[in-house]
Design a binder for this molecule. Sequence first.
Ligand code: SF4
Ligand code: SF4
Ligand code: FES
Length: 514
Amino acid sequence: MAEIVQAKVFRYNPDVDKEGHFENYEVPYVEGMVVLDVLHHIYEKIDGSFAYRWACRAGQCGSCAVIINGKPRVACRTIVDKNKPLTVAPLLQFPVVKDLVVDLDRGLDRLAKMRPYVTRVTKPARPEIISKEAIEPIKEVRECIECWSCISACPAVAEAWQQFSGPMYHAKFARLEFDERDVEDRVKMAFLEGLYKCTTCRACVEVCPKEIDIPGKAIEKLRAVAAKTGLGPLPGHKEYTTRALQSGRSVDKMGASLLEMIPEIIHGNIARVKDARDTVGYFPGCLTDYRLQEVGKAIIEVLIRNNIEVIVPQEFACCGSPLLRAGMVDEAKENLVPKNVRILEELGVKTIVTGCPGCSMTIKNNYPELIGRKLGFEIMHFSEYFAGRNDLNTGDMKALNLKATYHNPCHLNRGMNAHDALKNVLSKIPGVNVIEMEESDRCCGAGGGVRAGERPISMMMARRKGEFIINSKAEACVTQCPFCYIQIQDILKQMGYQQIKVYDLADLLAMSYK
Ligand code: SF4
Ligand code: SF4
Ligand code: FES
């Protein structure tokens, strides 16, 4: 018998329907078929009035983008998984014309106002020779096919599109700013279009058919120019970036720091264990050292309970993420990065573990480019480390009896590509009933300097996350990022749900070992 794809597809006919609805279709499965084939089948064999867009069928025109199983994707490049139900809906942020066809005018009009072409004051020579070197910085952002998937995926656009035009537009600003022929001030345009409202969550990268790294290749590059011309960083960034440069920590100390407690906790700076299965270095990061010391202690305890030797450096500097995300690249590169590289390489271990995804992503993704060479160690997030080892000591754990949902931090999930690490480890704790919330991977609004610099939009994103947590009916929300942890605690309190406990994953693991 032929295999069947169960497809749930959005339908809306403005002539007869008050609102849209989903209809179920059974479509014969063909090996290697893409979602566009499913849509073709519905149109050709089931209902000729079904409306959807496509043109090239080759991932080049951008016209077939729709929401597939909750994420925007181009239908012609999305392979159908015959073992999973398929849901197809129109792109978000645009009014639906009919079925899957949306009216893109509001996006196109806004784009036209930005003069998205090379603006010149002189006539170019003929032939005009553009060097390879001149193209290199804009090569990736030039790949955009205007499919609008990133606009549909962006959590900041979802809250306030008027304030933040979104990833595709900023890719275009970068393409023109770093094109030496263009004479417009694209950084100023980007600034006015919400340059500092991007949380660097990488949701746009995840859905982009061309895999354009918009936060890295557009937003942060534009912010770096903004910081040099005085447009950035924002007032809210100045306090912590100045503090990071002056004291080596981006936040003020509350009580004794974790590093001050270390000699007592582990009797020196190395926790020796019998029959050690591994030896790792531990990089606490600013927030764990100065504010969330208990989380730091829990991380060390869990490593020890897993027979893993831990070396804690006697000093370190802020990883530089707060500066890099705000555009202060030179300052981070000169003052913070070399110190950390020296300290961490001197530990002489193969692996450095951290509980902060911001630190791990920055060290992994930014440091090699900033120092011009590979690092002498591998940096891993704590969840990623244990998910990868697959030998978590569960034998010594006691059951916790907790109904918990989890928030997957953007910089762990998409920044480190450790997509399932947090859930993987959390699910192994006995007695924890893991409840999926809606969009556990949706940004909480804390990252990219947005919580500090653009608090109103940050809290809008947090509120949506808060609603998902509350709707999950869980007793607790588990995450593993100091910024997400603080942001989620704040919003649940603001929403009157402080009874929902927020845990760092390490806290919960340490509790189960008690
Ligand atoms: S990184 Fe996140 S917030 Fe920034 S543009 Fe992309 S989707 Fe939007
Ligand atoms: S940046 Fe990528 S996702 Fe966004 S419109 Fe361009 S091709 Fe599509
Ligand atoms: S049909 Fe052109 S990108 Fe899919």
